[in-house]
Ligand binder design. Structure first.
Ligand code: HEC
Ligand code: HEC
Ligand code: HEC
Length: 444
């Protein structure tokens, strides 16, 4: 299977510091040598288990399945170096330094072999390590927290049965004060304790629906990619599963509206056959990895349960409201669209997007091609730039307004003047930039 190994960390994970400061932290896995996110050719493979020698073969089997759905192997294996499954060491590069995923094999010295089952359950539910310190939320315990004890115990049995690998955890190089695990309490107090708790069955729905909801909210941690994050790196509940940018890809809307035209079987085919909904081609990027390491192992029944649940999810779409559409002047509309649908990449530079603060990058682009081409790229997609950014429901005009706003904000006064001059020199364009505007240039 040609799954490529691209990092799956949300590139915008923000960690709050108790009452001190809130700092944006861009995060992605990267190759240690180059420091660049890149495709890695070695794929992690699940270790072979000899069920005839393990103490509780049934629990281990069930635990293996749950560990697959939880995709533990993806983050806890450094495929670029040695591909020792679950031995950790995957580098997560952040703007403050690197940190590395820990070894979760049963090695006593370097793994979690000396932990008790209770230590493990507490780590999975509360993000508290055996020594009592806090885990960083790059470990998706906020989702695993929803899991049933029985499933977590099965995973524990499985992790005890895989081969122990002696591999020292690498020290993190986060700079002060982010290295202080204690400060993670700030993040927890703000977000985590809200929805802490094991998944509860909703008797108004079918068994399959409940199973699907459990898999999506708990072990599958689908929200980590498919829900937009707020400024503190926590998923925005009201926009649950309505889609979000991840590593230069767009994790699409997988609620009832996004999947309205798809049958349950077509949704299941996303996992098994790697085909996108509406014949949109093959699954690529982070989702291809998730399929390879995780979702391809779903039973048919569980995949259809997930589909049944997803097709029922109702969320508020984060989009420009009608009133704004109708009443706002062009650039104000553009700013609105930009904030909602473009800033995720263009403010941070995620996925290689030209930053809105990088005037020379934008100047080079307006010099290199006519404005209509820029519009066309923003509307139709261009390399890592997804079609219409994060707003597939936006009209062409709204996207053009966003481009106009971006150019007005990004270019320096003289670059902008020059650019407008070149516009009026060439044939008239559909640009809104020539209209009188009253927008404060703030992002410079
Ligand atoms: C998206 C990436 C990701 C996934 C998926 C993931 N983990 Fe982790 N995990 C991490 C990171 C990062 C840490 C370290 C956090 C820190 O340093 O505070 C971690 C820490 C842990 C720890 C604590 C170990 C220690 O020494 O502190 C355990 C136990 C653990 N993970 C188990 C699991 C299991 C079991 C699964 C699958 C059900 C899983 N993880 C899935 C990223 C992930
Ligand atoms: C690491 C990030 C990540 C995780 C975790 C993830 N997805 Fe995705 N998903 C994506 C991306 C990115 C795409 C788009 C892939 C593409 O464009 O080729 C996608 C596509 C999909 C699609 C296809 C939608 C369409 O319109 O074609 C479905 C369905 C889906 N994901 C369901 C899930 C479910 C269910 C889970 C959890 C069990 C999940 N995903 C977990 C990133 C992720
Ligand atoms: C998922 C990340 C992402 C989002 C969201 C996004 N962009 Fe981009 N954008 C990119 C990347 C990456 C490039 C650079 C593509 C290249 O040159 O290869 C880019 C380039 C562009 C360009 C320059 C195209 C050219 O021809 O040089 C424009 C204009 C643009 N984006 C507008 C927008 C607008 C408007 C939105 C919101 C509606 C938006 N982008 C949302 C990632 C994104």
């Amino acid at each position: 299977m040609a799954a490529h190994y691209y990092s799956r960390f949300r590139y915008l994970l923000v960690i709050s510091i108790v009452g001190v400061a809130v700092a944006p932290l861009s995060i992605h896995a990267s190759h240690p040598a180059s420091g660049q996110p890149e495709f890695v050719s070695v794929e992690p493979t699940y270790p072979k288990i000899d069920y005839s020698v393990v103490a509780e073969p049934e629990a281990v089997r069930r635990g293996e399945y749950m560990a697959q759905i939880g995709d533990c192997i993806a983050c806890h294996t450094d495929s670029s170096v040695d591909s020792q499954a679950f031995a950790g060491g995957l580098s997560i590069k952040t703007s403050f330094g690197n940190f590395f995923t820990p070894n979760i094999t049963p090695d006593k010295q370097t793994g979690i072999g000396s932990w008790s089952e209770a230590d493990f359950l507490r780590a999975m539910r509360e993000g508290i390590r055996a020594d009592g310190s806090n885990s960083f939320p790059a470990f998706p315990y906020v989702y695993f927290n929803r899991m049933h004890d029985s499933d977590l115990k099965d995973i524990w049995a499985y992790l005890q049965a895989i081969p122990a690998v002696k591999k020292e955890n690498q020290g993190n190089t986060l700079s002060f004060p982010l290295d202080i695990r204690f400060l993670q309490y700030g993040w927890k107090a703000l977000f985590f304790y809200w929805d802490q708790g094991e998944f509860e069955v909703d008797p108004a729905h079918s068994d399959a629906w409940n199973r699907g909801a459990y898999l999506v909210q708990g072990p599958g941690h689908c929200s980590m990619c498919h829900t937009p994050l707020n400024v503190l790196g926590s998923a925005k509940k009201q926009h649950y599963l309505t889609g979000a940018p991840v590593e230069g890809y767009w994790a699409p809307d997988i609620t009832s509206s996004g999947l309205a035209t798809a049958t349950r079987f077509q949704v299941a085919d996303v996992f098994f056959k790697g085909t996108l909904i509406n014949k949109a081609g093959n699954v690529r990027g982070p989702m291809a990895e998730v399929n390879h390491d995780s979702l391809q192992y779903l039973t048919r029944e569980d995949s259809l349960a997930i589909a049944e649940y997803l097709k029922s999810v109702k969320s508020t779409q984060p989009k420009v409201s009608q009133s704004i559409r109708a009443s706002q002047p062009h650039l104000k509309l553009g700013k609105q669209v930009y904030t909602n649908a473009c800033s995720a990449c263009h403010s941070s530079g995620a996925a290689g997007a030209p930053r809105i603060t990088d005037s020379s990058a934008w100047n080079n682009r307006v010099q290199a091609r006519p404005l209509d081409k820029l519009y066309q790229h923003a509307i139709g997609g261009y390399n890592n730039m997804p079609a219409k950014g994060a707003c597939p429901s936006c009209s062409d005009n709204e996207i053009k307004a966003a481009v106009d706003y971006m150019l007005k904000t990004a270019l320096t006064a003289s670059q902008y003047k020059n650019f407008q001059h070149s516009l009026s020199a060439s044939k008239p364009q559909s640009a809104g930039v020539n209209k009188p505007v009253s927008v404060k240039d703030e992002a410079k």
